[in-house]
Design a protein around this ligand. Structure first.
Ligand code: F6R
Length: 357
């Protein structure tokens, strides 16, 4: 099934451009407009706040989704880790809508929250890759990811599919409220699919970066600001779970409040710079760690790039950069695992769907 690919993970990383095109098709109506079932959009419009609940990579997608929904549709969003939410429930607003993000649709931690908030009588929406999954059956509404089966334990194409569907939800909600959206999401997602292809064609470069920065290290840091920070959390998770390198994603400005003490001669620090408003400040953080001996690697977006950068990703809409900036993270983690002879598709101690709380 994985054909000529050595691993499912690499195949699934490569499938991302096709998944984007599939999603554009699946969510388009005959007039060529993005569309989502009216009942779902009404549920969003009737709520005074969205609570996103998820685990792992899906939680990281939720963090980016909050930016999409708040920026595009102007609806307030909170994002919660499912296993924490169960006993550490935030104060809820009068009209919450719960969105569960789950590739498998089987995550027990998320299901525990779903059962609880349903009992409380609140509306629920599941965003999942698996039609008929538990979370899909038990929620009021479902949006599908259309990513095709994800076999590798480390999630890749499901994450970018989650981001695309969350962006579509944001844009269709905004349009339903006559909020002006100053870009054409179908067009932007098309640009993203092409940019993804370009990144997937740059595998040797990422293998090289991986060898240069991660082949012998014990630990690694990923730093970014704004949405780049959320992608760094995902990059660190990918690296941890498949290469067993201890990795942390950090908000650039937070480093000096403690974590910078861990920087030694040769510590790899991978920085993302895709946001104009924080481009100089994240580069300032890179200088701070470089001055303390860190081995620094900057991945920037075209237009914001500088001479010292290790890789420049193609330019896409600034809000949507996580859809492509995560691909270098996925590929760098993949090659780090390969170089260390790890079992890429079935890392130790992990299962594809976590059906225990
Ligand atoms: C990371 C990974 C896990 C899952 C998490 C949630 O690569 O695969 O962190 O994202 O267990 O799983 P789903 O999305 O199926 O609820």
């Amino acid at each position: 099934e994985k054909g000529t690919y050595p691993h499912y993970m690499l195949k699934e990383i490569d499938e991302q451009p096709a998944v984007m095109r599939k999603i554009i098709q699946a969510y388009q109506n005959e007039q060529g407009q993005l569309t989502i079932h009216n009942d779902i959009i009404s549920a969003v419009n009737e709520s005074d706040r969205i609570y996103i609940v998820a685990a792992g990579t899906s939680y990281h997608a939720g963090l980016v989704g909050k930016q999409f929904i708040e920026n595009i549709a102007n609806v307030p969003v909170e994002v919660h880790i499912a296993s924490e939410f169960v006993y550490n429930m935030p104060l809820l607003t009068k009209k919450p809508l719960f969105i569960f993000i789950s590739q498998s649709g089987e995550t027990a931690d998320s299901r525990a929250v779903l059962v609880k908030v349903k009992e409380m009588g609140y509306p629920t929406l599941t965003i999942t890759n698996v039609p008929g999954s538990t979370l899909s059956r038990e929620a009021d509404f479902t949006l599908l990811l259309h990513a095709g089966p994800e076999i590798a334990v480390a999630s890749s194409k499901a994450y970018t599919a989650q981001l695309a569907v969350l962006a579509i939800l944001a844009e269709v909600t905004a349009k339903s409220q006559n909020i002006n959206v100053n870009f054409d999401l179908i067009h932007e997602l098309g640009i993203i699919a092409s940019a993804m292809e370009a990144l997937c064609d740059s595998k040797e470069l990422f293998e090289h970066i991986s060898r240069e920065f991660l082949s012998v290290t014990r630990n690694a840091f990923f730093i970014g600001r704004g949405v780049d920070y959320y992608v760094c959390l995902e990059g660190a998770l990918k690296l941890k779970e498949i290469s067993y390198i201890q990795a942390e994603g950090f908000a650039g400005g937070e480093l000096k409040h403690g974590t910078i003490a861990l920087i030694e001669e040769g510590t790899p620090v991978i920085a993302l710079a895709t946001q104009e408003s924080v481009n100089l400040s994240i580069r300032g953080n890179v200088k701070e760690v470089a001055a303390r001996g860190a081995n620094t690697c900057i991945i920037s977006m075209k237009g914001l790039n500088m001479d010292e950068d290790s890789f420049v990703i193609p330019e896409v809409h600034e809000l949507l950069t996580p859809l492509i900036s995560v691909i270098p993270m996925q590929l760098i983690a993949y090659y780090a695992a390969l170089h260390r002879d790890c079992d890429v598709d079935k890392p130790r101690n992990l299962a594809k769907s976590v059906t225990v709380e």
